[in-house]
Design a protein around this ligand. Structure first.
Ligand code: ADP
Length: 274
């Protein structure tokens, strides 16, 4: 796809529906009912259209979660970070996280590690210049920007020029097609845990059908596949820690959430009169 093709796809979709005043969703619904398009494709189209209304700050990995290295770190220390956390791009800072001065890729640290006898490169030699974006950038602009610069990671700046977080191409693509895992993503074996007090801790990644089975519910969605996604859909945003949803004799409390996901929900049985 070239730089302008996102824009032209969007305008074609808009032109297609310009003739009438009814909302795009209605056209999509009709098109699905008439069998012209399937609901999965509609979900993706809607997500593409919504890119313009979402900001980088809504999807970025926030500053405290950034795995980064100080510019004077040894190459071996950076390799350890890569192995330990499974990220292939490591931002490099000088003094503190507000001064990101580069990004080093796992592939760039391999060669000096394999040839320790040759003069040792420093991190500053290996890193590439960081690419910065303001946190208010919308995702459509970000996607075009990452495509045209052929860069996969951007450092997100707050209004004072400090580091607010980082965002990668994968974060943006996930907004269109849903979760994209890779071989290094951490698998969570304990998706559901029964606690001694009778409550249950449930990962936000548990698929909706498994959740229904577990709590004898009939939650359905054609937008999301996980229970975390379902509660976000219900709330129309990412619910904050402590928010609750009551249904089918259970109260579900958001136990852990960040700017992007519900991590864990605690299920508590409620008394009949609740
Ligand atoms: P990787 O596979 O190297 O982790 P991706 O682009 O696939 O890189 O990103 C996967 C997720 O990890 C994204 O949510 C992204 O924001 C996050 N991420 C990538 N690199 C880092 C890093 N150095 N520190 C913290 N989070 C990161």
């Amino acid at each position: 796809m070239d730089e302008g093709s996102n824009g032209s796809i969007l305008s074609s979709i808009r032109n297609l529906f310009r003739k009438s005043d009814s909302p795009l969703e209605e056209h999509f619904r009709d098109a699905v009912e008439e069998g012209e398009i399937n609901s999965e494709d509609v979900r993706i189209l809607q997500n593409v259209i919504d890119l313009e209304d979402k900001r980088v700050s809504e999807i970025m990995t926030p500053r405290p979660d950034i795995i980064c290295a100080e510019v004077d770190s040894a190459i071996g220390e950076v390799a350890e970070l890569i192995v330990q956390h499974g990220h292939s791009r490591i931002p490099v800072y000088e003094d503190n996280r507000d001064h990101i001065v580069g990004v080093v890729h796992a592939k760039d640290v391999l060669s000096p590690l394999l040839t320790p006898q040759s003069p040792q490169a420093t991190l500053a030699d290996l890193m590439r210049p960081p690419h910065f974006v303001p946190e208010t950038t919308n995702l459509r602009t970000l996607l075009r920007d990452l495509q045209s610069t052929r860069i996969h990671m951007a450092i997100v700046l707050d209004e004072y020029g400090g580091t607010a977080g980082l965002v990668t191409l994968e974060d943006v693509l996930e907004q269109i097609v849903g979760e994209i895992g890779d071989e290094h993503d951490v698998l969570r074996p304990e998706e559901v845990q029964e606690m001694p007090d009778g409550t249950m801790l449930v990962s936000g990644r548990v698929p909706l059908d498994e959740f229904n089975e577990l709590f004898d519910l009939e939650l359905v969605s054609d937008q999301v596949e996980t229970i975390g996604g379902y509660f976000c859909e219900l709330a129309g945003r990412i619910p904050a820690k402590g928010e609750t949803f009551t249904m089918g004799g259970w109260r579900f409390l958001v136990e852990e959430a960040d700017a992007k996901h519900i991590e864990t929900v605690r299920a508590v049985r409620v008394a009949e009169e609740d």
